[in-house]
Every structure is written in C-alpha cells, then in structure tokens.
Design a protein around this ligand. Structure first.
Ligand code: UDX
Length: 475
C-alpha cells in the first residue's frame, strides 16, 4: 500500500520505518527540514535502539522522507503522528493535529478513498474533529471520500522498534467498512509476521517468532481513543500503588521486592509494572493521566483513582528527598550526586522526569548537585536552564567528594559501575538506589551504605535482589 506518516518523532518515525520494512511504500513527512535530512542520510531523528538499522535498510527503497505533503495524493493510508503537548490546564494541545489535518485536506486525491489515522495519543472525539477540519478544507465528504479513524500506538520508548513489530494488540477504531478493509490489508504482514525472518535478523529483539501473535481488535472510534488513555492511566495507577506499598513496607519492616513478587504471581495481577521507583514520568504518563483526568472532570465523571495516582506519584518523588534528608540531616552545603536524568534507561528523553522535581527540591534545601546521564544530559540541560547543577562526563566524576549518591535511572552502566572507585571518591558513603537494582551487600563490603526503596528488612535480605524462592523450594 501507499502509506504516509505525518511527523518524524517517536510515533511517526518508528511507524513509518516499520511499515516500510513490512513492504509498504512509505513516506515520512515532517515540516522540520533537519529531521528529514537526517532520515535521508540514513540516520534516526531520535535516539531509539534499532531504529537506525531499520531506517538504513529501508530508506530509498520503501521508505522516503520529505517536507512536502505531495505524497498524500497517492496515499491509501495517512497516519497522523505529530505531538500533542500538555496545556496548562492538563488538557492536550491539538494545534499540531489541526495543522496536519488542514495540510492533509489540501493534498487529498478526490478520486481515491483515503484512510486518515490518528496514531498520536489524542482525546476522545479527536477523530470527529479531524474529520470536520478535512471536510471544511477539502470540500470532500467524510466516510465516502475519506474516513478518519483511530489506531492508537502503545510502543514504549527504548523498546519502540520491538514493540512495533511484536505488539500485544493492534486496536482499530472505525465503523467504516472500507477503512476497516484497508487497515486489515495494511496490517496483514504484521499480524502474519510475513518477512519477519529478514526483519528480525539485524535487530536486537528479545521477543521472537514463537511469542504470541498480536490480537487484532476492531472497535468503534471513540472506544479505541479511550483504550489508549485507559491503558496508560491503568499502568500509572499500578506503579503508584506498588510505590505506596513500598513506602508502607519500609515502615513496617517488609521487603517490597518479595511483596511485589508475591502479588504478581496472581495471574489476574501479573508481575509486570510492579517495579518500585521514585515514580513514573516521561513524555506519556504525566501528559496522558492529566488529559484523562481533565476530561473526566469536564464531563462530571471524575476518575478519582487516577487523581490519587497522580498525587501519590509526586509524593514518591519527594520521598527520595525525605530519605536523603533523613540520612544527611541538614542539606545546606552538602554535595549530592544524581545518576540518571532520563525517565527510564535506553532513551535520551528527559521530558517531565522526576529528576527535575527532586533536584529542584534538593537545591531549595541548599545542596550542591552534580549529575550524569549516558544519553539524557543534552535534553535535560536544554529543558532545565534554570537549574544550577554541575554536569559531569562520568559517574565517577559525580561521585567526587559527594556526601550522597542517588541512582534515579537504572542504566546498565550504573549497575556495572566500578563501585570500589566510587567508594574511594565519595566524601561520605550513602547511596540511595531508587530502582532496587544494586547489590547492597556488595556495596556494603566496599564501605558504602546502600539503601533501596521499600526494603524494611535488614539482615538476610541485605543483597538487594528479589529473595523469594519461587518454584525452587521443595516442599
Ligand atoms: C508508556 C506505555 O508503556 C506505552 O504503552 C505508551 O505507548 C507510552 O507510555 P513509556 O512512556 O515509553 O511508555 O514508558 P514505560 O516503559 O511504560 O515507563 C513509564 C514510566 O513508569 C517510567 O518512568 C518507568 O521508569 C516507570 N515504571 C515502569 C516504574 O516505575 N515501574 C514499573 O514497574 C514500570
């Protein structure tokens, strides 16, 4: 098929490269000339493992990039994958969506049925909005000449390439039969995993051809739009919940690693998304929970669980500061090192990260802050120009004369750090591991006092890794 993806950010570039790899003639359109030039030079416009490889394989063959909307004229399917930033009141800013819709309208072919797909995360009812903009601007008739549908994207940053080829589900929201037929054709190779041998050969996937196939789920447009928000909000609630359980475990003397394991063994709950952290953040959860909540309040049906999860998440960020303060007492003049600025590993994305909230608070309390992140420093620096922090070239540099270190993002590089060297460089010895990934026993042998989050036990469970003997205990 002829496919167009508007936007070359996380959604547009990954979707475009994936459909190109699946054999469709795909054009990624972006108004930013620099991003288009990067794509044409076989480079990914974003940091995303595997995307460079995918682009290099497809660009010039089945993948094309352009600043012009011309390719819309021959397109069977046009994906809208532009940004939907958060407005001050929490609702989504649809400026870029409106602009993309107007531009698509000007280039639609009146003699061809075109499916326009909202792939960006957009509030319920946005397909109707896009449809009315296109009708007004093109004088074509919705549902007859074109249809606007919803096909939300569930990919995770850092695993976007894997997620796009091995999704749990593909959700298609439309009641238009021609649009449904077009989307079935478009997704055929993905659902059937046709050509996957070649695709998988060069890519670092953990999923494989034996993993369960994606469920192809068709529904109406509004339900599809809602599924995206309801999914992300559910995951946010799940993390906030385990983080609260972590705080209570710590107070009561339980080990949240074992508690999470024990809970997750119930197949109705599942083990995923029960990892304790200093809170969830990033470019999706904060924005999506805010929009979902704002909508629910606007329509008199407040999502009180989501509201509580958002409030609890901020408490979790500040719990880190509390723990540091409890250990160092006054923070005035103390040197604190931060390892990790991105909202999770394997991304350069430092938008809406808890590092900002935590650093702001520590600075307010008079601490001196040094920071390091393997990928996230340029974006963090650009977004936080007002923060007086010292940017370091290495984690060891962060450790130099530090009174405390906080591991915020569990980059592999920090887990395999030479902690003996760290110990030698620090002025004092406190390490706060907010992801519970370090081996506390080993660090203690090196003279460091390492604490995790939610670990209220001291003796036999000092190793820092999940302890429960699941499945290996003979009864
Ligand atoms: C999320 C959704 O997972 C994805 O389906 C959607 O398309 C976009 O939003 P992403 O923002 O890339 O993806 O990050 P994700 O891996 O889901 O993590 C979100 C946040 O939750 C991160 O800050 C992460 O560190 C945190 N998290 C995740 C936890 O604190 N504990 C967990 O158990 C899982």
């Amino acid at each position: 098929m002829n496919v167009v993806c508007i936007g070359s950010g996380y959604v547009g570039s990954v979707t475009g490269a994936a459909f190109a790899a699946l054999g469709h003639q795909t054009t990624v359109i972006d108004i930013d000339q620099a991003k288009v030039e990067m794509l044409n030079a076989k480079r990914s416009p974003i940091y995303e493992p595997g995307l460079d490889i995918l682009i290099a394989k497809t660009i010039g063959n089945t993948l094309f990039a352009s600043t012009s909307y011309q390719a819309v004229y021959d397109a069977d399917v046009v994906f809208i994958g532009v940004g939907t930033p958060e407005k001050a009141d929490g609702s989504a800013d649809l400026t870029y969506i409106r602009r993309a819709a107007a531009s698509i309208a000007k280039h639609l072919n009146p003699h061809r049925f075109t499916v326009i797909v909202n792939k960006s995360t957009v509030p319920v009812g946005t397909a109707d909005l896009v449809s009315s903009i296109i009708e007004e601007e093109s004088l074509l008739e919705a549902e007859l000449d074109f249809a606007v549908i919803s096909n939300p994207e569930f990919l995770r940053e850092g695993y976007a390439v894997e997620d796009v080829f091995f999704p749990d589900r593909v959700v298609i929201g439309t009641e238009n039969e021609r649009a449904r037929a077009a989307m079935r054709t478009l997704y055929h190779n993905l659902i059937e995993r046709a050509g996957y041998d070649a695709i998988c050969r060069d890519l670092p996937f953990t999923a494989n051809l034996h993993s369960p196939a994606a469920v192809y789920f068709e529904t109406d447009t509004k339900s599809a739009e809602m599924i995206k928000y309801a999914s992300n909000a559910f995951l946010a609630v799940k993390i906030s919940y385990i983080n609260e359980v972590a705080r209570l475990s710590e107070a009561l003397g339980a080990n949240v690693l074992d508690v999470a394991k024990g809970i997750g063994l119930d197949s109705r709950i599942g083990e995923k998304f029960l990892q304790v952290s200093s809170g969830w953040s990033g470019s999706c959860f904060p924005k999506d929970t805010a929009e979902f909540l704002a909508t629910s309040q606007k329509y008199g049906s407040e999502l009180s669980t989501v509201k509580a999860a958002v409030e609890s998440n901020l408490k979790m960020h500040l719990f880190v500061v509390e723990k540091i303060q409890r250990q160092l007492k006054t923070l005035n003049g103390k040197h604190i090192g931060i390892l990790g600025l991105t909202f999770k590993p394997n991304t350069d994305d430092a938008r809406k990260t808890q590092a900002t909230v935590i650093i702001e608070k520590l600075l307010e309390l008079g601490a001196h802050i040094s920071v390091h992140d393997p990928q996230g420093m340029p974006m963090f620096r650009a977004l936080n120009k007002n923060l007086a922090v010292r940017y370091c070239d290495s984690p060891l540099d962060v450790a130099h004369a530090a009174d405390a270190l906080i591991l915020l993002t569990h980059w592999q590089e920090y887990q395999t750090l030479d902690w003996r060297q760290v110990s030698r460089k620090m002025r004092s010895s406190y390490v706060l591991d907010t992801r519970n990934v370090l081996c506390r026993k080993q660090l203690e042998e090196l003279g460091l006092l390492c604490e995790g989050l939610g670990i209220g036990v001291t003796d036999r469970k000092a190793s820092g890794h999940a302890q429960a003997q699941v499945g290996s205990v003979r009864l």
